[in-house]
Design a protein around this ligand. Structure first.
Ligand code: UD1
Ligand code: MG
Length: 429
C-alpha cells in the first residue's frame, strides 16, 4: 500500500441547489464522499481530503465515521481551482493518486488500474458522445499532449470526444515541482491541476492515458446526477446480493442500503426497503415493508410491516401494519395493526390485533417487558413502564396500568349495556 491519495472536496457544488455540502448527499445510505474514501482505503493508508466550502461540517462528518484521514484546507480565495486545491499538500508515498470527491461510483479495481505501470503520470480518460463540460484531452500519435478545459478550447479542440475523467496518479516529486508554478492565466482565472499534464509532456515525462468506464467516472453535480448514480449503485448492490443467494421479487422496486448485511437464505418481495446497517439472517420480508437498522433473524415481516431502528426479531412473525421500534421479540407473533416500542417480548407470546405499547408520556419513554406465553387480547393498551410475567392472559380491550404476576388474567372492561329496541325508538320504524 505504498500510494498516497488526495481527494478533492473543496468545491461549492452550487448546481446541487442545497444547503448540504455536495459531497455529503447520500447514495444508498452513505455520503458521496464516503464511497470515494472507502474505495481509496482499499488501496491506501495515506488519504488526504481537501476542504474549503463548509469545511467544518464535512470534516466533522468524516471524523465521525473514519480515523486516520488527513485534512488540508484550501486557500480558495487566493488559489481557486483544482490546482489551487493541491497547494501545500504533502503526501507520504512516492506516488499520489488524486481524485474528485464527487465520484461515488468509483471502484477499487479502477483505482488500482490507474496506479499500475511505470509512467510518471497515469490519467483517466473517457470517450463520450457528448463531451460537454469536461476537459478535452489532446492526443497526438497515441500520446497525450495536454488537457484543455472546455472554456479554454479553440474550435477544433471543442470537438474532441476524449475527455479527462478527473483521476490522476502522479509521481509525488513531480507534484512538488509543478504545483507551485501553476498559473491562472486561463478563461476562469483558476489554478488548473490539469496543466501539470502539459508540463510533464514538455519535460519528456511519460504520461499514459488509461481508458476508463464512463459509469464510474461520472461526477455528481446535480440532483439529476444524484438520482442516476443512485440507480447504478442500487443495481450493483442488488446484483451482488442476488449472486450471494438473496431472492428478490421485482428487484427494480427494492431499495437496499449499501451497509446492510445478509446471511443465510433471505427473501425480499417487491417494494421492500432495507435501510441502515440492518442485518438479515434467514428473513422473509414481504411486500412494501420497511426495515431500518435492525436485526431480522429467522423471522418474517409484512406485507406492509415496519421495523424501526434498534429492533431485534428472532423466530418472530410480524404481520401487516405492525410497527416495531427498539424492541427485542423472540418467538413472538404480532399479526395485525400494532405498535410495539421499547419492549422486550419472549417466546410463545401472542400480540393481538390493535395492541399498543403506550411508551411515551409526552416527556419520557418507558419500557414494556412481556414474558413467555403471554396472550395479549386485541385492542389492549399497555401503559409503560410495565411488566407482564410469564403465562398471563390480558383480556381484549384492556387498558393495562399495573404489572401482572405469573399465571394471572388481567382485564379492564366497562360493563356492557344492552338497550332493547333502542334503534327503533331513535330512528323510528
Ligand atoms: C475537472 C477537470 C476537468 C475534468 C472534470 C472531470 C480541472 C481544471 N478540470 O473539471 O478537466 O474533465 O473535472 O470531472 O481540474 N475542487 C476543489 N477546489 C476547487 C475546485 C474544485 O477541491 O477550487 C474539487 C471539487 O470539490 C470537485 C473536484 O475538485 O470534487 C472537481 O471540481 P469541479 O469543479 O467539478 O471540476 P470540473 O469543472 O468538473
Ligand atoms: Mg465536476
Amino acid at each position: 500500500m505504498s500510494i498516497s491519495i488526495v481527494i478533492l472536496a473543496a468545491g461549492k457544488g452550487s448546481r446541487m441547489k442545497s444547503t448540504t455540502p455536495k459531497v455529503l448527499h447520500s447514495i444508498s445510505g452513505k455520503p458521496i464522499l464516503f464511497h470515494a474514501i472507502d474505495a481509496g482505503q482499499k488501496i491506501s493508508d495515506d488519504i488526504t481530503v481537501v476542504l474549503y466550502h463548509q469545511a467544518n461540517r464535512v470534516q466533522e462528518a468524516i471524523e465521525e465515521e473514519y480515523q486516520n484521514i488527513n485534512f488540508h484546507f484550501q486557500d480558495a480565495e487566493q488559489f481557486p481551482g483544482t490546482g489551487g486545491a493541491m497547494k501545500g499538500i504533502e503526501t507520504k508515498y512516492e506516488k499520489t493518486l488524486i481524485l474528485n470527491g464527487d465520484m461515488p461510483l468509483i471502484t477499487e479495481d479502477s483505482l488500482k488500474a490507474l496506479t499500475d505501470g511505470d509512467s510518471d503520470i497515469n490519467m483517466s480518460v473517457i470517450t463520450l458522445d457528448n463531451p460537454s463540460g469536461y476537459g478535452r484531452v489532446v492526443i497526438e500519435d497515441e500520446k497525450v499532449q495536454e488537457i484543455v478545459e472546455q472554456k479554454d478550447c479553440n474550435e477544433s479542440q471543442i470537438e474532441i470526444k476524449t475527455v479527462n475523467g478527473g483521476i490522476y496518479c502522479v509521481e509525488t516529486e513531480l507534484l512538488s515541482s509543478y504545483i507551485p508554478i501553476l498559473s491562472n492565466e486561463n478563461a476562469q482565472a483558476e489554478y488548473y491541476l490539469t496543466d501539470i499534464i502539459k508540463m510533464a509532456v514538455d519535460d519528456g515525462k511519460k504520461v499514459t492515458p488509461i481508458y476508463v468506464k464512463e459509469e464510474e467516472f461520472k461526477g455528481v453535480n446535480s440532483k439529476l446526477d444524484l438520482a442516476n448514480a443512485e440507480v447504478i449503485m442500487q443495481n450493483r448492490i442488488k446484483k451482488s446480493l442476488m449472486e450471494q443467494g438473496v431472492t428478490m421479487r421485482f428487484p427494480d422496486t427494492i431499495y437496499i442500503d449499501c451497509r446492510a448485511y445478509f446471511e443465510g437464505e433471505n427473501i425480499l418481495e417487491n417494494g421492500v426497503t432495507i435501510l441502515g446497517k440492518s442485518k438479515l439472517i434467514n428473513a422473509h420480508i414481504k411486500t412494501n415493508s420497511v426495515v431500518e437498522d435492525s436485526i431480522i433473524e429467522d423471522s418474517d415481516v409484512g406485507p406492509m410491516g415496519r421495523v424501526r431502528p434498534l429492533s431485534h426479531l428472532k423466530g418472530t412473525h410480524i404481520g401487516n401494519f405492525v410497527e416495531v421500534k427498539k424492541s427485542t421479540l423472540t418467538g413472538v407473533k404480532a399479526g395485525h395493526l400494532s405498535y410495539i416500542g421499547d419492549a422486550t417480548i419472549e417466546e410463545g407470546s401472542n400480540i393481538g390485533a390493535g395492541v399498543i405499547t403506550c411508551n411515551y408520556d409526552g416527556k419520557n419513554k418507558y419500557k414494556t417487558t412481556i414474558g413467555k406465553n403471554v396472550f395479549v387480547g386485541s385492542d389492549s393498551q399497555l401503559v409503560a413502564p410495565i411488566t407482564i410475567e410469564d403465562d398471563v392472559m390480558i383480556g381484549a380491550g384492556t387498558t393495562l396500568t399495573k404489572d401482572v404476576k405469573k399465571g394471572s388474567l388481567a382485564l379492564s372492561r366497562t360493563p356492557l349495556k344492552i338497550v332493547p329496541k333502542f334503534f327503533y325508538k331513535f330512528f323510528g320504524k
